[in-house]
Ligand binder design. Structure first.
Ligand code: HAM
Length: 420
């Protein structure tokens, strides 16, 4: 009886060789851009104490209340697969005293994350982000550097149709006052609010601004604005961020309701959307989190960062490039040539030629077909007859030209060929 094969988990994806080369190209552009801005990579564990996310992302957020993969392990510890990276990086920053070693720490990551969301195009349960976290400066220059780094990576990826939305959700005092004001304003209409907004009203009123409902949007239009509650420092900070962005020609749209779905944000918040994607059009989100390090038990340290979804970047990436191809294919026939071919293939690889040979002991005809399928540029043919004369036939697959070359000169001959 044949067994039913086990399948992957809903919302997860295999990245097969016909796609993995696109991931590698994306990662290489990201690393090159990080290098220009002098950000250094940090890698953190796949799972953390559940408490880390409760105390940073926030208990009432969608991520913590509905989407985390959490479990109690055999030792009774509550653990969670990381649903985001700002909190783990802040935890590591504190634990390793990075702030004591350097006043500014500019860190980046490329990693896998886990959220139990409803899967759809551009939304998965295991997905990947690249992102940065910059600790140590409260000044607008770093806000602008962080945003410029995001935009510059997208430019290097040749992405079009992007919109940068920008807002400031102010300091803690500003948000406390705004929360009171928005509740006051919405109270008479509480019964008309959606269930989600009613829950948010009680638990996290700022998030009501995130509503998708046109009726609620209309209602909010005439309500209090966060900007009315900015302190003068908040206002100056935000104005300076906007002015500096103008200076370096980064276009943005002011988005007064952009509050983001995680609790740790303060002041600058931003998102980048792409008009090439459907419903899940946010390719990047970020902002300041000046209180986070202190909240997690570290010394008060301002911070700002962003993260971008790699699956979404690849969906928006219209570039047409191809994986590297095989350069040389060695075609052989007969028991006596086998060890010679294995040896020659190794020799060519040591000399950096991308080399294949047949490992299925197929006929010459099928080996030639395989060489064509792999898009090899040249084949080296060694049959019994060639072996007896100590020569190999080298054929250019695009022109069909072929030449006989003595064994001892094969490597030098290959080195002289115009290989792509
Ligand atoms: P986030 O907005 O939750 O922020 O996620 C950032 C990006 O990750 C989104 O804009 C989206 O491109 C991608 N993303 C999120 N969820 C999924 C999913 N289920 N499937 C595919 N892609 C997804 C954060 O994670 C913050 N930690 C960003 C940050 C860093 N803020 C400051 N520093």
């Amino acid at each position: 009886m044949s067994k039913r094969p086990i399948r992957s988990i809903k919302g997860t994806q295999d990245i097969l060789p016909d796609q993995s080369f696109r991931w590698q190209a994306l990662e290489s552009i990201i690393r090159d851009t990080m290098d220009k801005y002098n950000y250094h990579e940090i890698r953190t564990p796949a799972f953390e104490n559940t408490a880390l996310f409760l105390h940073s992302v926030g208990e009432e957020t969608d991520i913590v209340s509905k989407e985390m993969y959490s479990w109690e392990d055999q030792g009774g510890e509550n653990l969670t697969l990381k649903p985001e990276l700002t909190a783990p990086v802040a935890r590591s920053f504190i634990q390793n005293n990075l702030g004591g070693l350097n006043p500014i720490n500019k860190l980046y990551y490329i990693d896998s994350l886990f959220r139990r969301e409803r899967p759809q195009k551009g939304r998965y349960r295991q997905f990947h982000q690249f992102g940065i976290e910059a600790f140590g400066s409260e000044f607008p220059e770093i806000d602008v550097e962080v945003i410029a780094l995001a935009m510059s990576t997208f430019k290097n990826l040749e992405l079009n149709g992007l919109t940068l939305e920008l807002n400031s959700i102010g300091s803690k005092d500003c948000r406390d006052n705004f929360r009171k004001a928005i509740k006051e304003y919405l109270k008479p209409n509480f019964d008309k609010l959606s269930e989600t907004s009613q829950t948010r009203f009680n638990k996290n009123p700022l998030r009501i601004l995130d509503t998708k409902s046109p009726d609620e949007k209309r209602l909010l239009k005439d309500g209090p604005k966060i900007s009315d509650y900015w302190t003068s420092d908040d206002k100056n900070h935000f104005n300076e961020v906007c002015e500096l962005l103008d200076k370096i020609n980064i276009k943005f749209e002011l988005s007064p309701n952009l509050v983001r779905g995680l609790d740790y944000y303060t002041r600058t918040t931003f998102e980048v959307t792409s008009n090439l994607l459907g419903a899940q059009n946010a390719i990047c989100g970020g902002g300041r989190y000046d209180g986070l390090v202190e909240q997690l038990g570290g010394k008060p340290t301002p911070g700002i960062g962003f993260a971008a979804g790699m699956e979404r970047l690849l969906l928006a990436d219209q570039r047409n490039f191809e994986p590297t191809k095989s350069q040389i294919y060695i075609v052989g026939l007969g028991d006596s040539v086998r060890s010679l071919i294995v040896n020659l293939a190794e020799e060519l690889r040591k000399n950096n030629f991308r080399t294949n040979f047949d490992v299925l002991r197929r006929s010459i005809k099928s080996q030639m077909r395989d060489a064509n399928k792999l898009d090899a540029q040249y084949v080296i043919i060694i049959g019994e007859e060639e072996l007896s004369k100590n020569i190999a036939t080298i054929k250019d697959l695009s022109s069909g030209d072929q030449k006989e070359i003595p064994f001892e000169s094969i490597l030098n001959h290959i080195k002289s060929l115009p290989l792509k």
